[in-house]
Design a protein around this ligand. Structure first.
Ligand code: NAD
Length: 487
C-alpha cells in the first residue's frame, strides 16, 4: 500500500498480506537521504507462529509436488524477477543505499539466477547406491526437511534472501523468511511475485521485524527443524545458542576479514583495478570484500600510491546517479561504527592515506550517510582495524616479505571466509591457496562466483557450506537404506 510519502509493508502469511498482530511497525530509512521511506511490521513471536503454522500446513502438498512442477514455478518466478528488474533495482537502492546501477547489474540478476539455478538443479539430481560384494545393497534417498527458517542480512538483501529461498523451495521445503529489518522492501516485492508466479499459499511466508524478536522466535520455533542464517558473527553465536536445545540443522554464513595477497610479480594494473572493486564495491558492505590488503615489500609503495589515487577518484554520490561508484552506508548507526573504528585506527598510529571522514553531499542527499573510500597504512597486524570486520569502505594495506609471511598474516585473524591471491607464478598460486585457512580463494580475480561450487567460511566465518549440491544436501534429509540380499 502506498500513500504520498511512505510505503507500508505487510507480512506474507498463507498467501495473504497480513498486518502484524500487535499492530507495531518499525521505520525504514532511505540511507541516501536519512528520511523514512517505509514502515515494516515489527513482528513478534505470535506472527512467527502464524507463519510457521501456514508453512507447516502447506508442507505435505508442496513436498509431494513433483520436482518438475516445483521447478516450473520457480522458473516462472525468475522470469517475473527479470520482468520487474528495474523496479526491484530501484527499491533495493532506495532501501539499502547502494547505487541503482549496481543493484541492476549485480543484485537483481543474481536473484533471478538463484531461482533458475536451483530450479534446474533439482531436475538433475542423482543418488548413490553401493553394493557390498553382492551381500547387501545400500541406496540413498532424500526428502525435504520441513519448514525452513531463513534469516538474511541487509547488505545484499534480495541476492542473499533468494540464495536461501530458491534451494529450500526447490528441494520441497516450505519457508518462513525473516529479512533484515533495515532492508525489507525487495523481500516484500518478492512475496508479491511469488504469488503471481502461482506458488501455493503458505509455501513462502515472509515475516518482517527485529532480529531479537521475530528472528529469535523463528530460530527457537519447535516446528522449524532447519535454519539458514547469514549475518554477523556475534548474531551467529546467538543463533547457535538459541537453537541448541532443539538440535536444529544450521548453516551459518558469518563475517569476514578477507586478505588480498598481492605478490610483486602480479599484473599490477589488474590487481589495482580489482582491489578497488573488492575494497569499495557496495560501499565495502560485502562479506567477501578484501579489507586487508597485503602487498609484497618491493611493490608496496607503488601499490599504495596507485590504490590511493584510484580511491580518491571514486565518486561518492546519490545512488540514483549512474556515475556514483559508492552510495550511502546502510544506517546512521553503521556509519558511526565505521567512523569510530577509523578513529581508533588513527589513535593506533594508522596513517590515513585518503578518506577517513564522512562525505557531505548537497541537495536531496544532504542528510545521507555517506563515507569516503578510506585507505589506512602503517598499522600493526594486531590492531582492531586489521582484526575486526569494519564492513564499510575502509581497507588497510600492509607489506609482507615472502610467501610464508604472507600466509601467516592472511591467516592471523579469527575469520576465514575468503582470500584473493595475485601472482603470475602458477606454482606459487597453488602453494599459497593451499596454505590459506578460508572457505574460498580467488587467484588473479575476486568474487567470480559459480553457483555450483561450495560457499562458506572457516573459523568465525561460519559453519557449513551452501552452493550446488551442498545446498541440496543442506535443504534435504538424506537417508541410507541397506537391504540384506543374503550371505
Ligand atoms: P546481523 O547479524 O545484525 O543480522 C542478520 C539478520 O539476523 C537480520 O535479519 C537480523 O534481524 C537477524 N537477527 C539479529 N539478531 C538475531 C537473533 N538473535 N536471532 C535471529 N536472528 C537475528 O547482520 P547484518 O548487520 O544484517 O549483516 C552484516 C553482517 O553479515 C556482516 O558481518 C557480514 O559479514 C555478514 N554477511 C556474511 C555473509 C556470508 O555469506 N558469510 C554474507 C553477507 C553478510
Amino acid at each position: 500500500v502506498r500513500d504520498a510519502k511512505t510505503t507500508t509493508i505487510a507480512n506474507l502469511i498463507a498467501g495473504e498480506d497480513r498486518a502484524p498482530r500487535a499492530g507495531k511497525y518499525l521505520e525504514v530509512f532511505e540511507p541516501a537521504t536519512g528520511g523514512v521511506h517505509a514502515k515494516a511490521p515489527a513482528s513478534d513471536a505470535g506472527d512467527v507462529d502464524e507463519a510457521v503454522a501456514a508453512a507447516k500446513r502447506a508442507f505435505p502438498a508442496w513436498s509431494k509436488t513433483s520436482a518438475a512442477e516445483r521447478s516450473r514455478l520457480l522458473m516462472r518466478l525468475a522470469d517475473l524477477i527479470d520482468a520487474k528488474a528495474p523496479e526491484l533495482a530501484k527499491a533495493e537502492s532506495v532501501d539499502q543505499g547502494k547505487p541503482v546501477w549496481l543493484a541492476a547489474e549485480m543484485d537483481i540478476p543474481r536473484a533471478a539466477a538463484n531461482f533458475r539455478f536451483f530450479a534446474g538443479a533439482v531436475l538433475h539430481q542423482e543418488e548413490r547406491a553401493t553394493s557390498m560384494d553382492g551381500r547387501a545393497l545400500n541406496y540413498v534417498t532424500r526428502r525435504p526437511a520441513g519448514v525452513a527458517g531463513l534469516i538474511s542480512p541487509w547488505n545484499l538483501p534480495l541476492y542473499l534472501l533468494t540464495w536461501k529461498v530458491a534451494p529450500a523451495l526447490a528441494c520441497g521445503n516450505t519457508v518462513v523468511a525473516k529479512p533484515s529489518e533495515l532492508t525489507p522492501l525487495t523481500a516484500s516485492l518478492l512475496g508479491g511475485l511469488a504469488r503471481e508466479a502461482g506458488l501455493p499459499p503458505g509455501v513462502l511466508n515472509i515475516v518482517h521485524g527485529y532480529g531479537a524478536d521475530a528472528g529469535r522466535a523463528l530460530v527457537e520455533h519447535q516446528d522449524v527443524p532447519l535454519v539458514s542464517f547469514t549475518g554477523g558473527t556475534k548474531t551467529g553465536e546467538d543463533v547457535i545458542k538459541s537453537s541448541a536445545s532443539r538440535f536444529k540443522r544450521l548453516s551459518l554464513e558469518l563475517g569476514g576479514k578477507n586478505a588480498n595477497v598481492i605478490f610483486a610479480d602480479a599484473d599490477v594494473e589488474a590487481a589495482v583495478r580489482t582491489t578497488v572493486r573488492s575494497s569499495f564495491l557496495n560501499q565495502g558492505e560485502i562479506c567477501l570484500c578484501g579489507s586487508r590488503i597485503l602487498v609484497e615489500r618491493s611493490l608496496y609503495d607503488q601499490f599504495v600510491n596507485k590504490l590511493t589515487d584510484e580511491a580518491r577518484r571514486l565518486k561518492v554520490g546519490d545512488p540514483a546517479e549512474k556515475d556514483s561508484f559508492l552510495g550511502a552506508l546502510v544506517s546512521k548507526a553503521h556509519l558511526e561504527k565505521v567512523q569510530a573504528m577509523v578513529d581508533r585506527a588513527k589513535q593506533e598510529r594508522g596513517r590515513i592515506r585518503t578518506g577517513g571522514e564522512r562525505v557531505k553531499l548537497p541537495g536531496r542527499c544532504a542528510e545521507g550517510w555517506f563515507y569516503a573510500p578510506t585507505v589506512i597504512t602503517d598499522l600493526a597486524p594486531s590492531c582492531e582495524a586489521m582484526q575486526e570486520e569494519i564492513f564499510g569502505p575502509v581497507v588497510t594495506v600492509t607489506p609482507f616479505e615472502g610467501e610464508e609471511h604472507a600466509v601467516e598474516l592472511a591467516n592471523g585473524v579469527r575469520y576465514g571466509l575468503s582470500a584473493s591471491v595475485w601472482t603470475r607464478d602458477l606454482a606459487r598460486a597453488h602453494r599459497v591457496a593451499a596454505g590459506l585457512d578460508v572457505g574460498q580463494v580467488w587467484v588473479n580475480t575476486w568474487m567470480l562466483r559459480d553457483l555450483r561450487v561450495p560457499f562458506g567460511g572457516t573459523k568465525a566465518s561460519g559453519i557449513g557450506r551452501e552452493g550446488g549440491e551442498h545446498s541440496l544436501d543442506f535443504y534435504s534429509t538424506v537417508k541410507n537404506t541397506c537391504i540384506h540380499l543374503g550371505d
